[in-house]
Write a protein that binds this ligand. Structure first.
Ligand SMILES: [Fe+2]
Ligand SMILES: [Fe+2]
Length: 294
């Protein structure tokens, strides 16, 4: 596990543009990996601005996901993904950074007077369905040598959804300290997305791999936290961040970036999930419920 860097903050990575030609500089990422820089965040100003119950509810969900990334890592460790030295090195830093995102969000919630309470379900006791899913993933991974392509695609979708979700949360919450904190966290999420996306792009270049990966992603992808977090919390968060006209536009952009991956040109993931579980009429319902930016 890398130690936190003591030097200056890592310079902001250029916004990853899906389809751009640069690669991901893994050595630079590994050298700069550190806990999210909280220097100068004015924590004492947090209570001076209103924090809505919707913002608290969204932050609680995200805080739990971020600080339990290690539980998701367990599924990955049982697969071929860690046989690849680049992926293994990346994951070591990724888990470290995600854990600190969880701590940063917990600190904000505490400063806002809504500290994170004890988790209803202790770490590591996921529902049986989730454990079976992990076991099935490990089995498929052993049977199919290109399974890492699915993981990398999955990671790209989840990182981009998280990154976009944090940007939407900053807009919806309208809290200056939270906006600053989320801007710093999203720098890390951009780098995570970039790594997964480039890996996915390379691994999906083989049409046979892309075909199977597409089938698995279409069939099984759901937003991070599905099956672990209560369903009503996930649908609330999804409606809050990706509902209404502006939210739908953001969701469409996520799908648009994924559609540039080989074999995914017709994929519709986040929007299809929203249609199915949150807004059956493609955004009309969210707007009727006041789910628009103020
Ligand atoms: Fe994160
Ligand atoms: Fe991330």
């Amino acid at each position: 596990m890398p130690a936190p860097a003591t030097g200056p903050s890592a310079p902001p990575t250029t916004e990853p543009t899906a389809g751009s030609s640069h690669g991901f500089d893994l050595d630079a990422y590994l050298a700069r990996s550190r806990a999210v820089d909280l220097t100068g965040i004015p924590w004492d100003e947090v209570p001076r601005h209103p924090v809505t119950p919707e913002t608290v509810r969204t932050l609680r969900y995200m805080q739990d996901i971020e600080s339990h990334t290690i539980v998701y890592l367990r599924t990955l460790l049982a697969t071929r993904a860690i046989d690849d030295p680049e992926v293994a090195s990346f994951l070591a830093c990724w888990i470290y950074e995600e854990t600190f995102h969880g701590l940063a969000l917990a600190r904000f919630l505490e400063a806002a007077g809504c500290p994170v309470g004890p988790r209803p379900r202790p770490r590591g006791s996921e529902p049986v369905g989730k454990r079976l899913e992990a076991a099935a993933t490990a089995l498929v991974s052993r049977a199919w040598p290109d399974f890492c392509a699915v993981h990398m695609t999955w990671g790209a979708i989840n990182e981009l959804t998280t990154l976009t979700g944090y940007r939407r949360l900053a807009v919806r919450a309208g809290h200056p300290v939270l906006s600053e904190l989320l801007a710093r966290i999203t720098l890390d999420e951009s780098r995570h997305f970039f790594f997964y996306y480039r890996q996915a792009e390379q691994r999906l270049a083989r049409p046979g791999t892309a075909r199977v990966a597409r089938l698995l992603v279409d069939r099984f992808w759901a937003p991070v936290g599905s099956g672990v977090q209560p369903h009503e919390e996930l649908t609330f968060l999804a409606g809050y961040l990706f509902g209404g006209a502006d939210g739908r536009a953001a969701a469409r952009k996520v799908d648009g970036a994924i559609r540039r991956l080989p074999g995914f040109s017709t994929a519709r993931l986040l929007e299809a999930w929203m249609d199915r579980f949150v807004e059956p009429r493609g955004g009309a319902k969210g707007e009727r419920h006041g789910n628009r930016d103020d």
